[in-house]
Design a protein around this ligand. Sequence first.
Ligand code: SAH
Length: 286
Amino acid sequence: MEEERSNRKRKRPRRRKNRAENSSVNPKHTENQHQKVFNKTDGSECEDSAAPPAANRRVSSSFLDKMRAKLSGGHFRMINEKLYTCTGSEALDYFKEDPALFNVYHTGYQEQMSHWPEQPVNIIIKWLKDCSPSLLVADFGCGDARLARNVKNKVFSFDLVSNDPSVIACDMSNTPLDTSSIDVAVFCLSLMGTNFASYLREAHRVLKKSGWLLIAEVKSRFDPNNGGADPDKFSKAICELGFTSISKDFSNKMFILLYFKKKEKQNSKKGEIEWPELKPCLYKRR
Ligand code: SAH
């Protein structure tokens, strides 16, 4: 009996430590949360021990669900910050090392999006539905490829990880698309890397003359009063790359939408463009 108890004592802390390591969040934080779990369940019953009384099980499972959500929310924010503060090729290596992080990121991303009154990808889907279905589309940073699944057009979907045969895994500054082969290039909340200008250069390369460039980005990244970029400077830089600004939509609370067309003539200023810095979009704890 005595030995059994000391075995239990020895096993529990080791389990807690492993979980903290796996979750990649502050271990101190994790420790405290688990401490609470143990207190709530009388120190003896938790999700990984023998069956608790029914009432405790109910309290404990909803409590644990909340704790899990908090941990995965923290993990999402950590990955999100990483993606906004590194280059595309570093991000590609990051996910290559542990592709499971991509799912953690997208679960958190979907959770955040579920609080937005409108999702920019749906506006782009509507826009495409009003165009000819024969237009060839490239979706740069496609996520779960919702765009491709909702339009009739042929869509080339690119992201850092491919969980679907239709998605091509690559750093989008270097896609396998032919030069001047695409009618519409879409960046929907995907200008994350510090080298975002190279993604736009790639879009310019693959677009046909007069091809469309559609950009949806988080509005706070373009609020100069809050450390964000000046949208006019951003737009000017894109024009210098070889585009004409067609329209801007600032009506949504959460995101802006910019529409450009590739110029007929090659731009000579390509080398000296002054790109504004785009501040990372860091999501709040909910
Ligand atoms: N466009 C989708 C997903 C937006 S989340 C939507 O609106 O729902 C941003 C996506 O861009 C993420 O899936 C991220 O992995 C991808 N991304 C960021 N940098 C990238 C890069 N350098 N190359 C390819 N994909 C990238």
